[in-house]
Design a protein around this ligand. Structure first.
Ligand SMILES: *Cc1c(COP(=O)(O)O)cnc(C)c1O
Length: 370
């Protein structure tokens, strides 16, 4: 095991532990930080997520073949004179980028002696955790709102996870899992929103993008934001590469949300340091329907440090982008079209300029929704 936990806002540090931890001073989730000797990219070997093992907390892989996804040049888009590259994250083993986080998190928790894992997600995070727990020989208990249904729930059940249906709105599932983990110390909260190891695994997306570009950062990365793990993984990934001297700069990271539920995008537009208080609005983008992201303060700081923008897109724009991608052979779930839907806006507002390179992860597979 490598590295340590640290507060994103103060100098607080501590050693690795199983359950998510918060800074006793700043009351924000701790993050995992790399610590090691300087080395060169020539020492990397293998493919996919575990190629970057020297930059990850876990040493012994748990793997289903995650990562190593194609970076595909987009066909020219109406009036946009930038080079757009799709990163095909929906080709991961369970159909979303969450596999990067789940693989690394499960490997760390297994190495720390965990046998039983729990998360609250009726979506892609639940599916990814269930698959990797199965692969590692650990059990998974997934807390979902009693009203949840659909292909993602079937996928979770198929991997053999135990489903715990919690009556009431979604926050009730989050409360139920906290209670269950507090009462049963052997049940580890393997949270896709709070575990520092999940974000550490997502950083491999930045490593791959940079390496495929000849150890160069793109000018921009455009990401959908729900809990913000994807955005933070990219940010810390590029930051680490810059610290190692493997890339010269970090890209501008733009955060895109659905208009109906845009706490982060609105806070960025209004210059707030905490997410805007919003209602849980209805949107086709179920994967980013999160009114109170627990790492909100950290997400806002990351976007601002990178020089990025906050944007929101309507359901109509999301579904239009989804159709256009499919007409180009790329079938994503609606949440996977949230970031592509913002490209025209970034171009029109002058945030993206002629000749610049823009990478957009396509986050989830089209067959994930009905
Ligand atoms: C989880 C998810 C997102 C949002 O990622 P966060 O890390 O929660 O911000 C976007 N798209 C898809 C398909 C997802 O499953």
């Amino acid at each position: 095991m490598q590295g340590f936990l640290s507060c994103p806002f103060c100098a607080y540090e501590e050693g690795l532990s199983r359950n998510p931890r918060v800074c006793p001073r700043c009351e924000v989730p701790l993050r995992w930080q790399w610590e090691g000797r300087a080395f060169s990219p020539g020492e990397l070997s293998g493919r996919g997520v575990w190629r970057y093992r020297p930059l990850l907390p876990a040493v012994e892989p748990v793997s289903l073949g995650e990562g190593g996804t194609p970076l595909l040049e987009a066909h020219p888009m109406d009036g946009i004179e930038a080079k757009i590259l799709w990163k095909l994250e929906f080709l991961n083993p369970t159909g979303s980028f969450k596999d990067r986080g789940a693989a690394v998190m499960v490997a760390v928790l297994k190495a720390l002696g965990a046998k039983r894992l729990a998360d609250d997600s009726s979506g892609n995070a639940g599916a990814a955790l269930s698959a990797y727990a199965a692969r590692a020989g650990l059990s998974a208990k997934i807390f979902v709102p009693a009203s949840a249904s659909g292909p993602k729930l079937q996928q979770i059940a198929a991997y053999g996870a135990e489903l715990v249906r919690v009556p009431g709105p979604r926050p009730a599932a989050a409360e139920a899992i906290r209670r269950a983990c507090a009462e049963d110390p052997d049940l580890v909260y393997a949270s896709h929103n709070l575990s520092p190891y999940f974000v550490a695994g997502l950083a491999t997306l930045a490593f791959e993008i940079a390496e495929e570009s000849g150890w160069k950062s793109p000018d921009h990365v455009v990401v959908p934001v729900g809990g913000g793990g994807l955005l933070l993984g990219l940010f810390y990934g590029f930051l680490l590469l810059a610290e190692l001297g493997w890339v010269e700069k970090i890209p501008r990271i733009h955060a895109v949300q659905a208009e109906a539920c845009a706490p982060v995008a609105q806070a960025l537009k209004e210059g707030l340091s905490l997410p805007k208080e919003v209602e849980l609005g209805e949107t086709v983008a179920e994967g980013v329907r999160i009114p109170r992201p627990e790492r909100g303060r950290e997400i806002l700081a990351a976007v601002r440090t990178s020089g990025g923008q906050g944007l929101s897109v309507s359901d109509e724009e999301i579904l239009q982008a989804r159709r256009e991608l499919a007409r180009d052979g790329l079938y994503v779930e609606p949440t996977g079209a949230v970031a592509p839907a913002a490209l025209a806006k970034l171009w029109e507002m002058g945030a993206v300029r002629s000749g610049e390179v823009v990478v957009v992860p396509l986050t989830g597979f089209g067959l994930k929704t009905g």
